[in-house]
Design a protein around this ligand. Structure first.
Ligand SMILES: Cc1ncc(COP(=O)(O)O)c(C=O)c1O
Length: 361
């Protein structure tokens, strides 16, 4: 039996164990070809099948129409912070952003390097403890950008800006991609690093409506143009073969788990149990998200009465095989990341631990 801990890290994060097993087998011999998935050419027929299948499965899972491209790029979501404005900002039309935390701020910083950028809603006034209720869509904007889940602050969008014909809606879904059913066709572009809900680090999934390619600017650096990648179907340069292979396995796992509906039920059960425990013991554990409607299904953040107890909590949890509970270094506290593949039993174990820890504190 392989030794497995409960991995609460925010990303790279826990993967379905069946996927890890299949990937390790493919690392030895892929499809009986006598070579490893780590060695195969990205032009090989068997890899072509993997990437096409992953694109097809992702579109099916998300209910995307034929006018969407699915790309596997590199540079993380962080490069998208730059590629989005570089490709999609239009002359004389500001780029609009909703600022809901550290990742939104990084996206805004990159956009500002390239042109006029407006913050149309923010929750910075209360240290990002909620998602703004009003999300204005300005007709004169190049696009509107949101970060659907705020990995560091533990908030998640449950309401979205109104759909507009003129203003493309763009979402960084890095930390909640495929965790629930949404009307994905309301978005013109979605991007996410794979390393939380979809696979190992290395590849960044970019989903893009074809009509956005009309904004392509030929003078931009070749590798930073979406058109370069749509023209070559993600194979303009050598892609992250292994990472894409694992994403393909994770997508199959999602389908076997009942698609987004199945995954969402699991996620709501896990988050319900954890937030229920936080609320029940609110004299000791204090959720950092002030608006319960804004609580993330993926990253639950909370504080203990003091930092000394928080450190003890993280250390003792480690001795019980629960790793990665320390909050992000910029905010402190505790963060339990419970992505799609995180098992329900792991949350049960955490809740039992929280009760015992409180009782003896
Ligand atoms: C919401 C969000 N956006 C962007 C990023 C940056 O992703 P990457 O490290 O893939 O550039 C992260 C990383 O944790 C994130 O959580």
């Amino acid at each position: 039996m392989t030794h497995r801990v409960y991995n609460f890290y925010a990303g790279p994060a826990t993967l379905p164990f069946s996927v890890v097993q299949k990937a390790s087998q493919a690392a030895l011999d892929f499809n009986g070809l006598g070579l490893s998935i780590l060695e195969i050419s990205h032009r090989a027929k068997d890899f072509d099948h993997v990437i096409k299948e992953a694109q097809k499965d992702l579109k099916e899972i998300m209910g995307l129409t034929d006018d969407y491209h699915v790309l596997f790029l590199q540079g993380g979501a962080s490069l998208q912070f730059h590629m989005v404005p570089l490709n999609l900002m239009m002359k004389g039309k500001p780029a609009d952003y909703v600022n809901t935390g550290a990742w939104s701020k990084k996206a805004i910083k990159e956009a500002k390097l390239l042109g006029e950028t407006r913050v149309v809603a923010t929750s910075e006034d209360s240290n990002f403890s909620y998602i703004p209720k009003v999300l204005p869509v300005n007709d004169d904007a190049s696009y509107l950008h949101i970060t659907t889940n705020n990995t560091i602050f533990g908030t998640q969008f449950n309401h979205f800006p109104e759909k507009s014909e003129n203003v493309p809606l763009i979402a960084d879904m890095s930390s909640d991609m495929l965790c629930r059913r949404l009307k994905f066709t309301d978005f013109d572009m979605i991007y996410a690093g794979a390393q939380k809900n979809m696979g190992p680090s290395g590849t960044t999934i970019v989903i893009l409506k074809d009509k956005l390619l009309q904004r392509d600017k030929e003078l931009n650096p070749t590798l930073l143009r979406y058109k370069t990648h749509t023209d070559k179907d993600s194979l303009f340069n050598t892609p992250t073969v292994f990472s894409i292979y694992v994403v393909h396995l994770v997508l199959k796992w999602i389908i076997e788990s009942g698609g987004l509906d199945g995954v969402e039920i699991m996620n709501r059960n896990k988050a319900g149990l954890l937030y229920g425990a936080i609320d029940e013991m609110k004299d000791f554990y204090k959720g950092t998200v002030t608006d319960k409607d804004s609580r993330s299904l993926m990253n639950a953040t909370f504080r203990l009465p003091n930092e000394e107890l928080e450190q003890k909590f993280v250390k003792e949890a480690e001795t019980e095989n629960m790793l990665g509970l320390k909050g992000h270094r910029s905010v402190g506290g505790i963060r339990a990341s419970i992505y799609n593949a995180f098992p329900f039993e792991g949350v049960e174990k955490l809740v039992d631990f929280m009760k015992a820890f409180k009782a003896k504190a």
